[in-house]
Design a protein around this ligand. Sequence first.
Ligand code: SAM
Ligand code: SF4
Length: 439
Amino acid sequence: MTKPTPPPPQVYLETYGCQMNIADTQTVTAVLRRAGYASVARPEDADIILINTCAIREHAEDRVIGRLSDLARLKRARPALKLGLLGCMAQHTRAALLEKAPWLDLVAGPDAYRRLPELLGHDGFDPAVDVRLDRGETYADISPEYAESVRAYVTAMRGCDRFCTFCVVPYVRGRERSVPPDAILREVRALAARGVKEIVLLGQTVNAYRFDATDFGALLRLVAGVEGVERIRFTSPHPCDMSDSVIDAMASEPKVQPYLHLPVQSGSDRVLAAMERGYTVEGYLDLVARLRQAIPAIALSTDLIVGFHGEAESDFMATLALMRAVGYDSAFSFKYSVREHTRAHRLGDSVSEAEKGRRLAEVIALQETISLERNRSLIGREFAVLVEGPARRGAGRLAGKTPQFKTAVFPGAAEIKAGDTVRLRVESATAHSLAGAVV
Ligand code: SAM
Ligand code: SF4
């Protein structure tokens, strides 16, 4: 008689941080599935718990440490449970992490996911640690387990070579490397065949993409050639890599949507130089003008850091002025957080926490005003909205995105389903969304 096969080990995965991390978790799920592991939705049901982490700000790391101590309680009740930490924080803190969370069984950086089955098989007293960075690793042959959605995030490049002085990404994600176009197209075709309508190409400086002769503009056109794909977006581009080839592809390829998240970080030349961002305010505004000329319907969003070391009140005022000058549709703003290993680490932290808080609140308030003004100016206009599903609030209402990536809500109807594109007339607006009716 053959012995019954034991049930597959159950893995619970939790993700913190950016879209890249969400995409990485989908790759990890695929690696583990291939190795015979199954996924579960609740940590209580798992044999293995893996947390994919973010190291971009101290606050992100603190949240993970807090969560880990919660999960450690489960491990105390069930010592056979394995607890592992993946991603940027694994790479960033390594030894310190094992001191703070000595019950961890596994620590794996972003280039070690292929080896997770071996690491999980390790049964020693010490945790299995793999934080080797590998400048060749793109996981190009591993098809991630995408979430069910009308939109899918496809990794086009990994790592970053820019070394902005405040940023830990190049240290935790390693050198920049592009995924071969064939592998990207294979993923995109498979997604389109499954009914995915919108592809978002991902990378820390995604527009620096280059694989042999294929630059990012060429990649956008290749993806646009895939039948079934209706909308293409990408994030995050770096202003210095916003070449004519990319702008031309955005302007001339109708599937590439008129929306760009273009992180500026500061509106002060002095601070931009200290951050080594590689552009001036004038250069950035020039780029915005070129974009608006080439793509008149374009919406812009940005990332801003307040309270970088040495940021004087006048520098902060310059940031507010730049926000007004550009008129962003939305902005993500952050208090500067000093990160170990970065070049700005040794400079220090000259702006107090309270002052950073005040500046952040001002930036947020100004952006609310600008966003509301811009959204209200759209009342009466019509947009093609890709329907995503039920609206978060409002019974019977549906939600989707305009080409400019604005959330639009409208009364549902039996014949409208996720994945459809409807024509919507905007009737009202808040700073964060548009509401209207299908015409
Ligand atoms: N690669 C993108 C770029 O250069 O625009 C951004 C990547 S990062 C994951 C996202 C944002 O986090 C950055 O644009 C920046 O605003 C913010 N950020 C990065 N390091 C930070 C730090 N040390 N403190 C506060 N915010 C930070
Ligand atoms: Fe960080 Fe700068 Fe690279 Fe963006 S471009 S990931 S901010 S180093």
